[in-house]
Design a protein around this ligand. Structure first.
Ligand code: ARG
Length: 456
C-alpha cells in the first residue's frame, strides 16, 4: 500500500507502477532529502507542531535512516514509490506515530523541489571545483613547457605562431566562464521552496524562513505556486553543464588532432590511452573522443528538459519527475569527463620540436613583413598587397619566403623577421601570443582563478 492510499479501493496496476515509480533513480537523493526533512522537523518544532521530544526522536530516526543508506542496509519496500515515500515509510516504522507526523504541513511537491535544489547546489559546487582543477592543470602544462610554441590556426589553416601556454590559457578562460556561470546559477537557485505545500501553502502556523535558514538558502520562496512548479534551476544547471561539455568537446577534438601521426604535437600517457582489439600498433585517444562524444548527450539532456517544461500548466505536474534523470546524468557525465581530461592533460607530453617545426613555416611571417612596412609608413592595405605578392612568388617558384625577401633590395633589411622564433617574439601587443605579453596574461588568469575559487 502506498502512503497516499486512503481514498483508493484498488491497487495500482503494475504497468502504471512501473511507469510511475522513481525510486529506482531518485534514491541518489537520499542524503539531501534527509537534510531537508531534518530542517522541516525543526521547523515544525519551532511552529509548535511537534514537541521537542518528538523533534529529537525524528532527528534521531532520520539520522539512523541515513546510516542505513550509508551502510547499504536500507531496504526498499515494494510499495516505496520514490525516495521521499521510502524515507517517510521507514521513519514511521522506526518511530511509530511520531514518524507519522513528519509530513505535517508538507507536500512531496515542496519536498522534492527542496531536495532537488539541495542536490543541485552541491553538484554545481563540485563541478566548479573540478573545472578549476582542470584549469590549474592547463596552466601547469604551459608552465612545464615555457618555451614551447605551435601554429595558431584559423579555418584549421596555419595562421600565426603562438606560445603553448597562450593556447592552453584560451581553453582555461572558457572554463573560467563556465565556473562563473555555474556559481551564478547556484546563487540564483538558492531559494527555499519548503513550506509551499502542495501549491498554496498551509493553514498550519509554519514559518518557511526558519527552514530556509537552516538549509543555508538565501531566502524562502515568495510565491508558493512558483515554488513548486519552478524547475528553472535544473534547466540552468543543464545549460551550464552542456556549454561546459561543448568546451570539453572542443578540447577533446584538439587532443585527437594533436595526437595523430599527422600532427604529432602531443602524446598522452599509456594510462590515458587505449589499444585496439585487432591492430597491435594502435594507441588511441579515446579519452578525448569521449569528451567530444559526451557533449551530444549533455545538450540532449538540456533539450529534453526544456521540451518537458514547455507546455506545463501551473503548478506541479507529474511530468516534472522527468527532471531528474537528465540532471543526474549530466552531472555524472560531466564529472567523469572533467576528471579524465584532467588526468589526460597531466599525462600529456608536448612534442615541442614537431610543433615548432610546423610553426616555423615561413609563410606565417608574411603578416610580420606587412606590419614592418606599415611601421615604415606604408598604408596597411598596400603593405598587405606587397607581402601577398611575395607569398605568391614563394609558392609559385617553390622558394623560401626569406630568400625572396633577402633578394629584394628594398626589403633585404627585413631578413631578421625570419630568424627562428622572431615571429613569436615580435608579437607583443597586450593579450597577444608572444612571450612579452605572457606574464601580464598569466597574472590576469591567476587572479580570475583565485576569485572563482573564493566563491566556491
Ligand atoms: N517523485 C515525484 C517527483 O519526482 C515526487 C513528487 C510527487 N508528487 C505528486 N504529487 N505526485 O516529482
Amino acid at each position: 500500500m502506498t502512503l497516499w492510499g486512503g481514498r483508493f479501493t484498488a491497487a495500482m496496476d503494475e504497468t502504471l507502477w512501473n511507469l510511475s515509480e522513481s525510486y529506482s533513480f531518485d534514491h541518489v537523493l537520499y542524503a539531501h532529502d534527509i537534510e531537508g526533512s531534518m530542517a522541516h522537523v525543526r521547523g515544525l518544532e519551532a511552529a509548535g507542531l511537534l514537541t521537542s521530544a518528538e523533534c529529537a526522536t525524528l532527528l534521531d530516526t532520520l539520522s539512523s535512516i541515513k546510516g542505513e543508506f550509508l551502510a547499504g542496509t536500507f531496504e526498499r519496500h515494494a510499495s516505496d514509490e520514490d525516495i521521499h515515500m521510502a524515507i517517510e515509510r521507514r521513519a514511521t516504522e522506526l518511530a511509530g506515530n511520531i514518524g507519522a507526523k513528519i509530513h505535517t504541513a508538507r507536500s512531496r511537491n515542496d519536498q522534492v523541489a527542496t531536495t532537488l535544489r539541495l542536490f543541485t547546489r552541491d553538484a554545481l559546487s563540485e563541478i566548479a571545483r573540478q573545472a578549476l582543477a582542470l584549469v590549474d592543470t592547463l596552466v601547469q602544462v604551459g608552465q612545464r613547457n615555457p618555451q614551447a610554441y605551435l601554429p595558431g590556426y584559423t579555418h584549421l589553416q596555419r595562421a600565426q605562431p603562438v606560445l603553448l601556454s597562450h593556447h592552453l590559457h584560451a581553453h582555461a578562460w572558457s572554463l573560467t566562464r563556465d565556473v562563473d556561470r555555474v556559481l551564478d546559477a547556484r546563487t540564483r537557485m538558492n531559494v527555499s521552496p519548503l513550506g509551499a505545500g502542495a501549491l498554496a501553502g498551509t493553514s498550519l502556523p509554519i514559518d518557511p524562513s526558519v527552514t530556509s535558514e537552516l538549509l543555508g538558502f538565501d531566502e524562502p520562496f515568495a510565491n508558493s505556486m512558483d515554488a513548486v512548479s519552478d524547475r528553472d534551476f535544473v534547466a540552468e544547471a543543464l545549460f551550464d553543464i552542456a556549454l561546459l561539455g561543448v568546451h570539453l568537446s572542443r578540447m577533446g577534438e584538439e587532443l585527437v588532432l594533436w595526437t595523430t601521426s599527422e600532427f604529432n604535437f602531443a602524446t598522452l600517457g599509456d594510462d590515458f590511452t587505449t589499444g585496439s582489439s585487432m591492430l597491435p600498433q594502435k594507441k588511441n585517444s579515446d579519452v578525448a573522443e569521449l569528451a567530444r562524444g559526451k557533449s551530444g548527450r549533455l545538450v540532449g539532456n538540456l533539450t529534453g528538459l526544456l521540451v518537458t517544461l514547455k507546455g506545463l500548466p501551473l503548478t506541479y505536474n507529474r511530468d516534472l519527475q522527468e527532471d531528474k534523470e537528465p540532471l543526474f546524468d549530466s552531472v555524472k557525465q560531466v564529472t567523469l569527463v572533467l576528471a579524465a581530461m584532467n588526468g589526460a592533460y597531466q599525462s600529456m607530453i608536448f612534442n615541442a620540436a614537431a610543433a615548432a617545426a610546423a610553426a616555423d613555416d615561413q609563410l606565417l611571417v608574411a603578416i610580420d613583413v606587412a606590419e614592418r612596412l606599415v611601421a615604415e609608413g606604408l598604408p596597411f592595405r598596400q603593405a598587405h598587397e606587397v607581402a601577398g605578392g611575395l607569398v605568391g612568388r614563394a609558392v609559385r617558384e617553390g622558394r623560401l619566403l626569406a630568400d625572396i625577401v633577402a633578394d629584394e633590395p628594398t626589403l633585404a633589411h627585413h631578413r631578421d623577421l625570419f630568424e627562428r622564433g622572431a615571429a613569436l617574439s615580435n608579437r607583443r601587443s597586450p593579450g597577444s601570443s608572444g612571450p612579452a605579453a605572457a606574464p601580464g596574461q598569466s597574472t590576469r588568469l591567476s587572479e580570475r582563478i583565485a576569485a572563482l575559487r573564493a566563491r566556491i
